[in-house]
Design a protein. Structure first.
Length: 128
């Protein structure tokens, strides 16, 4: 156990350190803040370099075919068909509802009961 003199010395050291810490915090200038992007300029957001971003965008915009795995649930030509608001890669203006469950193999399974007069996927751009 600390004696009264030692405890007082420890408390003074702690208070002095706290005062120095507060003084240093107020003495240093905060780093300058940068403006948040205000629009879509088709450039990288900094997660990857611009060349990688452009290569990924080309793949995103690339038309797909049945041989690429297109259909039967997705019948548009590319990801950009839905994700184009306000530019390619943006949010989708389409709301899609899929009804079903995950099977024991982890894959999506259509519902066990027919819906929409036998249709199993309800979407403006899909059919089954």
């Amino acid at each position: 156990m600390l004696s009264e003199a030692e405890g007082e010395k420890t408390m003074r050291t702690f208070i002095a350190a706290a005062i120095v810490g507060v003084a240093l915090a107020f003495a240093s200038d905060p780093p300058p803040s940068s403006e948040a992007p205000a629009g879509f300029d088709d450039k990288s957001n900094g997660m990857v370099d611009d060349a990688t971003h452009q290569a990924d965008k080309e793949k995103f915009d690339e038309p797909e075919a049945v041989d690429d795995g297109l259909g039967p649930l997705y019948n548009a030509q590319a990801c950009r068909e839905c994700h184009q608001n306000p530019s390619s890669g943006g949010a989708s203006q389409i709301t899609e509802l899929r009804v079903g469950h995950r099977g024991t193999d982890g894959r999506f399974r259509n519902p066990d009961i027919p819906i929409a007069h036998g249709g199993e996927s309800i979407s403006g751009r899909s059919r089954q």
